[in-house]
Design a protein around this ligand. Structure first.
Ligand code: F6R
Length: 612
């Protein structure tokens, strides 16, 4: 949430910052701004997207080889020109951009007002820059020391960049619970909320840790201290993503590209981890904790949104295959309800971004109670990947569309591998069944390729239902979480109200909604409950609901009942969600497109929810 970019070097900062902000726009897009240092401090900011900022800055003084830029997702104060970042202090000589929330901003603001400060915006960020400036003037300390001292009085989350007119060759950066990465070039540095703006310039990066303050100075390069004033040696890592992964690659939208990338991304998730020839699953990242997982009395999965849906599939997988009891928790609820956790529990935290604030907080709580915490993250070096005891990266490549697609199927792939490895060690699966699942998993990319070929049919269905005000998604067993995910995909990008339900629960309430205007998407691939699903479809039909059924290739009954049948390849039931979600992703994409919605940047949303 909120994207931050900084540049310091020999090149013009403005175009580098603007390009970087465009890459980070998926983190927030309600206003944008830059501050450029060139003798004086020039600040330009406005409501709207980065393109609006480009228009706004036409003809303005944009010189300067040092600058910071921000794209905002509003928390404190509505999206407008004044609340846009950067913000300045009393003297207008310092500028700050910020991602996160200063929780104690109200008392700080009150105190500052009493001491003669006045504020223009509604933001918490403006309070912080006033505080930094006050410390600097009062204590007569350097900019970085003022940042360090001011942050000692701050409660909350922050990733900040600060520049000052009296410090013409320096950027000060600091983070706590919101990410910051420093890219190291030849005599130049790039700072950003994640690596996507940095990749085109350098592959060498340093991820800042919580409560670290970095000073990037043209003479002395990068130095890092923590908030307790201890020096920290920068740890340089090489990025594994490349520029091509950040482009649309000929697709109209990142979401569509990411949907179509799934055969590849799932292969990458499995690479080096699955060897059906010798019946082997190897998850190197959790090697040292494998016995903890195998012997776990209970698994607790914590996640948010789409990642929570994959956690629900994880519950079915671990209980069905490995016979380990599982609870799946919304991270935001888990952390506030004093849950019972003990040392024999294994907590699995799932997060595409690896930065979701609630998931991070849930991990910290679980760790403080002695549980082992394993992560399933996509973004390498992300906060969750670093705070968990061990984990497995999904290796799906950057996901830029705000609606999560390939991250979901990659998470399911890792959960399947984890459940299979636990099942094998616990002896809970017949060898033949275990081998069948390994073989089918290895071939799942081909089944996804086949499902993607249904796109033309799905476009046609989208045309028929694009104006429906409501949708119901029904599924049983492994397909119940997929029904939830299908409904979430539709509502977040097309703004159509949709609900996902376990198919049998329909009778306990939602059936009242069904009439001739209600499209009902039924996931009907479960062999084990086929007859029951046929009955559920009959119940919808009897009330004139319009049925879009997702069935297997060999279905004979449902096609007689449904208005539309989307037939996907047959796979073993535990692997079904990886394939059955594909038509639902495509359906939501094409409906959103026909409704002229901004598919990659839906309203009010942002990827990477770094505020609670
Ligand atoms: C939905 C979506 C969100 C995220 C959720 C968790 O398409 O993208 O619901 O799944 O915000 O994000 P991560 O996985 O980054 O923790």
């Amino acid at each position: 949430m909120c994207g931050i970019v900084g540049y310091i070097g020999k090149q013009d900062a403005f175009p580098i910052i603007i390009n970087g902000l465009k890459r980070l726009e998926y983190r927030g897009y309600d206003s944008a701004g830059v501050a450029l240092l060139n003798g004086s401090l020039n600040i330009y900011k406005c409501k709207g997207k980065v393109n609006d900022l480009i228009q706004f800055t036409k003809g303005k003084k944009l010189e300067g080889t040092i600058g910071i830029g921000h794209t905002r997702w509003a928390t404190h104060g509505p999206p407008n020109d004044i609340n846009a970042h950067p913000h300045t202090g009393k003297s207008d000589k310092l500028a700050i951009i910020h991602n996160g929330i200063i929780e104690n901003y109200a008392p700080l603001k009150e105190e500052l007002i009493k001491r003669g400060h006045s504020f223009e915006s509604d933001t918490d960020t403006e309070v912080l820059i006033h505080l930094i400036e006050e410390v600097m003037d009062k204590e007569q300390v350097s900019l970085e020391e003022a940042v360090r001292l001011a942050l000692q009085g701050v409660v909350g989350a922050y990733a900040i960049l600060v520049v000052g007119e009296d410090n013409p060759r320096k950027i000060v950066a600091a983070r706590k619970s919101s990410p910051l990465v420093v890219g190291i070039g030849e005599g130049e540095f790039f700072i950003a909320s994640d690596a996507t703006p940095i990749i085109e310039h350098t592959r060498n990066v340093v991820y800042l840790n919580d409560e670290e303050i970095a000073v990037i100075d043209l003479e002395n390069g990068l130095s890092i201290k923590n908030i307790q004033n201890q020096d920290k040696a920068p740890f340089v890592q090489e990025l594994e993503w490349n520029l091509e992964m950040l482009e649309k690659g000929g697709y109209d939208h990142f979401m569509l590209k990411e949907i179509h990338e799934q055969p590849r991304s799932i292969r990458d998730s499995m690479r080096g981890r699955l060897n059906p020839a010798i019946g082997n699953v190897r998850l190197g990242g959790i090697k040292e904790y494998k016995q903890k997982l195998v012997n776990a009395k209970r698994i607790i999965i914590v996640a948010c949104g789409t990642s929570w849906h994959s956690g629900l599939v994880g519950e079915y997988l671990f209980e069905d295959l490995a016979r380990i009891p599982v609870e799946v928790e919304y991270a935001s609820e888990f952390r506030y309800r004093n849950p019972i956790i003990d040392e024999d529990d294994v907590v699995i935290a799932i997060s595409q971004s690896g930065e979701t604030a609630d998931t991070l907080a849930a991990i910290n709580l679980a760790k403080s109670r002695g549980a082992t915490v394993l992560g399933i993250c996509n973004v390498v070096g992300s906060s969750i990947a670093r705070v968990t005891h061990a984990g497995a990266y999904t290796h799906a490549g950057p996901e830029i569309g705000v609606a999560s697609t390939k991250a979901f199927t990659a998470q399911l792939t890792i959960l399947t591998l984890m459940a299979l490895t636990a099942a094998e060690s616990r002896g809970t699966l017949r060898r033949s069944r275990y081998m069948q699942l390994l073989n089918e998993l290895e071939n799942i990319p081909e089944q996804i390729t086949a499902a993607l070929k249904l796109e033309e049919q799905i476009k046609y269905i989208a045309q028929e239902f694009k104006d429906a005000p409501n949708f119901l998604y029904l599924g049983r067993g492994y397909n119940f979480p997929v029904a939830l995910e299908g409904a979430l995909k539709l509502k977040e990008i097309s703004y159509i109200h949709a609900e996902g339900y376990p198919a049998a629960e329909m009778k306990h309430g939602p059936i009242a909604l069904i009439d001739e205007n209600m499209p009902v998407v039924v996931l009907a691939t479960n062999k084990s409950a086929y007859e029951k699903i046929v009955s559920n479809i009959q119940e919808v039909k009897a009330r004139k609901g319009r049925i879009i059924a997702i069935t297997h290739d060999d279905d004979t009954e449902i096609k007689k009942l449904a208005d539309h049948v989307i037939q996907i390849p047959i796979v073993a039931e535990p692997l079904t969600p990886i394939v059955s979600v594909i038509p639902l992703q495509l359906l939501s994409y094409h409906i959103a497109l026909l409704r002229d919605c901004n598919v990659d940047q839906p309203r009010n949303l942002a990827k990477s929810v770094t505020v609670e």
